[in-house]
Design a protein around this ligand. Structure first.
Ligand code: SF4
Length: 231
């Protein structure tokens, strides 16, 4: 499994895929990547240390993901992220979190107060009924500005039956209004019961991709390994 890569287009940064104790939520119907986890914090730390040793600081910008939320990383790993970012003169750190941890984010920002922290939310869509009835995302809030309150960036998931060009465009536009940056993930085959819908994906590629592909605030992952980490 690749755990380190360099993103050299749009918002240049290094990215690491670390391992935590595991997603506490695990109910999203489309997700099976929370299996990259271990309940032993010391084993996680040793693995994470070997990944973080590869960070060079070349862009001063580091994205940390961990198949779940940053709050599932062990304390020693968080300390190490902090000291490596100091040492390598990294000023911006991106972390991901589920909405259920939002009240813990201010303390995390304090802990990393010398850095510009960018918190990324797995939102998937602003469409409340689709998000909660189909994707079971567990975000019991409809108001976009309340959803975005503790977050700077958001992930969206496109390419599922029921989505349309209009619904995806509305998500992108609302995403750009409410977050600094957004990441559009196209649904890929996995072990869950949710499958990619080829017609929806084709309509995204034909009608929306050309509009947003050069937008510096929009990352687009056609394959979920396009950031060069994962398997
Ligand atoms: S998408 Fe994120 S919050 Fe949902 S089950 Fe997967 S790891 Fe957990």
């Amino acid at each position: 499994m690749e755990r380190y890569n360099i993103i050299s287009e749009k918002n240049k940064r290094e990215i690491v895929l670390l391992r935590g104790s595991g997603c506490v939520y695990k109910k999203c119907t489309f997700c099976d990547y929370y299996t990259d986890s271990c309940k032993n914090p010391q084993e996680n730390y040793l693995l994470n240390q070997s990944v973080l040793e590869q960070v060079t600081g070349q862009y001063g910008n580091l994205e940390v993901i961990n198949s779940g939320s940053v709050f599932e990383l062990d304390e020693k790993t968080l300390d190490l992220i902090k000291s490596i970012c100091h040492e390598k003169k990294i000023s911006t750190i991106h972390f991901e979190s589920h909405y259920l941890y939002r009240k813990k984010i201010p303390d995390l920002r304090k802990y990393f107060s010398e850095f510009d922290l960018k918190m990324k939310l797995g939102l998937e869509t602003f469409d409340y009924d689709f998000r909660e009835s189909v994707l079971h995302k567990g975000i019991n809030e409809k108001n976009p500005s309340i959803i975005a309150e503790h977050f700077d960036e958001a992930n969206f998931l496109f390419g599922i039956t029921g989505q349309t060009v209009e619904s995806m465009k509305q998500d992108i536009e609302l995403g750009l209004e409410n977050f600094e940056r957004i990441c559009l993930n196209i649904m890929c085959d996995n072990t869950t019961g949710v499958s990619p819908d080829k017609a929806v994906i084709d309509s995204f590629i034909k009608q929306l991709y050309p509009i947003y592909k050069n937008n510096e605030r929009v990352d687009i992952l056609i394959n979920n390994t396009d950031f060069g980490v994962g398997d």
